[in-house]
Design a protein around this ligand. Structure first.
Ligand SMILES: Cc1ncc(COP(=O)(O)O)c(C=O)c1O
Length: 357
């Protein structure tokens, strides 16, 4: 059997969820959209369900997968509904719903629901993607309430630059939010992972941690709170071939690496078809039998090559950690010009193996 696989440590997932709660002192919706950032949404939800205040996904399709697996906890649709007829399913499956546009309010007014909805009213406080305009926010709130179709409204917004600790934009967005919601007495949800980790002064009755649940930092620089996270995924494989090359010989497609000295090359069963970033350059960290070394040459579809020259005890069958508890996914992502969010979401073909019950 091909040795490539991703171990998913569910104890680490629970540890990170508890940290999000502890750091924020708030209730926390575990963001498990995009198949829990590649970690498997059903298993992650099952591992958290006994303690989680709820979950958040992007869309109804993702929510229904969880309901079909028996997840009964609250589930928030972060993009709400895309078409009015989804409201029937939202009603049937008891889903919470972000409302970010006027047409959605009109659809709710006209909907026939068996019971009132829990709505999260999203303000565009400066990210300028989705969300209601500040000038319309209070009107939207009153309109929703007057519809008689909602039982609860949570006031929410989303930060564009909370991962930049020195950036003033987060405070500016907060000020826009505070002004827009002035006088409304309702619960508030503002903080995603970087805001949970780095912006303790931002109020939030509900936090929405995503990337931190998976133990990866959203920051480019070292950050004290992020250092407390435990990586959840270990992407691992084995050395399946070894080559001894004299100086001057190239390795792999495009001869991107040419040996400067006699070089022992290890070939790993892992490639970009598994989601390992093709743009990871020579020098990207890799762990072989617990020892740090580097990727060399171009990543191929099913294989990549590593430098074993200074690791004489390693060889055929040696264990390779592409990222995990020692080689951080965020470091691999940065080397490849990406972010941990993307390299997790890109994972495919490798089996997910759950540990920690
Ligand atoms: C509205 C909303 N809240 C929370 C999150 C989670 O963000 P993070 O993974 O940075 O914690 C996302 C993710 O994109 C989001 O769109």
């Amino acid at each position: 059997m091909r040795p490539a696989r991703a171990l998913i440590d569910l104890d680490a997932l629970r540890h990170n969820y508890r940290l999000a709660r502890e750091m924020s002192g708030a209730r926390a919706l575990a963001v498990i959209k995009a198949d829990a950032y590649g970690h498997g949404s059903v298993r992650c939800a099952q591992a958290l369900e006994a303690e989680a205040d709820g979950f958040a996904v992007a869309c109804i399709e993702e929510a229904l997968v969880l309901r079909e697996a028996g997840i009964a906890a609250p589930i928030l649709l972060l993009e709400g509904f895309f078409e009015a007829d989804e409201l029937a399913l939202i009603d049937q499956h008891d889903l919470w719903c972000v409302i970010h546009a006027q047409w959605q309010i009109e659809a709710i007014e006209q909907a026939r629901l068996s019971k009132p909805l829990t709505a999260w009213l999203k303000l565009d406080s400066g990210m300028h993607r989705v969300g209601l305009h500040p000038a319309y926010y209070q009107h939207a709130y009153r309109r929703l309430l007057a519809s008689g179709k909602v039982s609860k409204i949570v006031l929410m917004s989303h930060f564009a630059r909370a991962d930049e600790p020195e950036c003033e934009r987060t405070a500016e967005q907060l000020a826009v939010f505070q002004q827009a919601r002035d006088g409304l007495s309702a619960e508030v949800s503002l903080r995603n992972s970087p805001a949970v980790l780095g912006w303790p002064q931002v109020p939030s009755d509900w936090v929405r941690p995503g990337i931190m649940l998976y133990g990866a930092t959203p920051f480019e620089q070292a950050q004290q709170q992020a250092a407390r996270l435990q990586p959840v995924m270990t992407l691992e494989s084995k050395i399946i071939s070894v080559r001894e090359l004299p100086a001057g010989e190239p390795v792999g497609y495009g001869a991107r690496f040419v040996a400067e000295r006699p070089t022992r090359v290890g070939v790993v069963a892992m490639g970009y078809a598994d989601g390992y970033p093709r743009h990871a350059p020579t020098g990207t960290p890799v762990l072989v039998d617990g020892q740090l070394t580097r990727l060399i040459g171009r990543v191929s579809m099913d294989m990549l090559t590593v430098d074993l020259t200074d690791l004489p005890q390693t060889g055929l069958g040696s264990c390779v950690e592409l990222w995990g508890k020692q080689v951080l996914a965020s470091d691999v992502a940065m080397a490849a010009g990406s972010i941990p969010y993307q390299i997790f979401c890109n994972l495919r073909r490798v089996p997910l193996v759950y540990v920690g019950g």
